[in-house]
Design a protein around this ligand. Structure first.
Ligand SMILES: CC(C)(COP(=O)(O)OP(=O)(O)OC[C@H]1O[C@@H](n2cnc3c(N)ncnc32)[C@H](O)[C@@H]1OP(=O)(O)O)[C@@H](O)C(=O)NCCC(=O)NCCS
Length: 259
């Protein structure tokens, strides 16, 4: 700890070192550090030639009031266990935000399941809830399949629908072109499109399955975009009948907030 601490943007060697540090800090490899190599900014803290902290940052637009707002989106941050408790994570956040603010970010979001820590650093999470689980039988009883066609796969039309619907909410990311492929591969997503016969796509659903430790499984919904109530009802009916082994269906929710 006697040696001086310096902060730096990561080159190839520091990127690799950070990936190794994250594996040690989180207790498992952090895939996004590899997958977002092309798109993210990585800032690290170095002491005595060793990376001891760091984190990724993406400059993306988030929709607010129908307009895209430049946002610094932070994730996958960590501090070496032997360096914790000295406010290094807090200092690292300042260093991670600086280059993104220089590039135009006016708000910031942190993607984390550690909401207590994010609050302490100044972010306000809209809710502590990360996901909702609904009993499959409840969906089965409450929604019947209406006059909708379901097709498998993501298309340009479905991506355009997602963008149009995202614009109507406060907070969703205006997904860059590489985003769907990244999420798809990362979470092993399967995507379905919903449309009335002969009409444009009005619903987009992406989900994955999660096996339980001993037996059984559940469905995890990542994207649920519906242009109206009838489409939403058709999507919920589809989920209710998707897989009889899934007793619950989980609706994921990214935890984010303004700062
Ligand atoms: C979470 C982590 C980055 C914190 O690193 P750190 O350098 O020890 O954190 P800091 O000393 O900068 O903490 C800043 C403040 O947050 C508080 N804090 C730290 N971890 C916290 C937690 N898990 N929950 C609530 N508050 C926390 C600290 O007490 C400190 O508050 P203070 O100003 O009142 O002293 C580190 O423990 C870590 O790398 N964990 C594993 C990876 C991880 O969980 N990353 C989360 C981000 S995705």
């Amino acid at each position: 700890m006697n040696q001086q601490l310096t902060f730096a943007p990561a080159d190839d060697g520091l990127w690799e070192q950070y990936s190794q540090l994250a594996t040690r800090a989180y207790g498992h490899p952090v895939g996004d550090i590899t997958h977002l190599r092309e798109h993210a900014d990585l800032q690290v803290a170095v002491r005595g030639g060793r990376v001891v902290a760091g984190g990724l940052g993406l400059l993306v637009d988030q929709f607010f009031g129908g307009a895209p707002v430049a946002s610094a989106c932070l994730g996958d941050g960590c501090v070496a266990p032997e360096e914790r408790g000295e406010h290094l994570a807090a200092d690292m956040v300042t260093e991670r935000l600086r280059p993104l603010i220089d590039r135009g970010a006016v708000i910031s979001t942190v993607v984390t399941s550690s909401t207590g820590y994010a609050r302490r650093l100044g972010w306000e999470a809209p809710t502590g809830v990360l996901a909702w689980a609904v009993a499959t039988d409840d969906l089965k009883c409450s929604f019947t399949t209406a006059d909708f066609e379901v097709e498998h796969g993501l298309t340009d039309e479905a991506e355009a629908l997602q963008r149009d619907l995202a614009r109507q909410w406060n907070g969703p990311v205006h997904r860059p072109t590489w985003w769907p492929r990244w999420k798809h591969d990362k979470s092993n997503l399967t995507t379905y499109r919903f449309a009335r016969p002969g009409h444009l796509v009005t619903g987009l659903l992406s989900l994955t399955t999660k096996r339980h430790e001993r037996h059984g499984m559940s469905l995890v919904v990542h994207d649920f975009w519906a242009a109206g109530q009838p489409t939403a009802a058709a999507m919920l009916a589809f989920l209710g009948h998707h897989n009889t082994r899934a007793r619950t269906i989980e609706f994921r929710r990214g935890c984010c907030g303004g700062r």
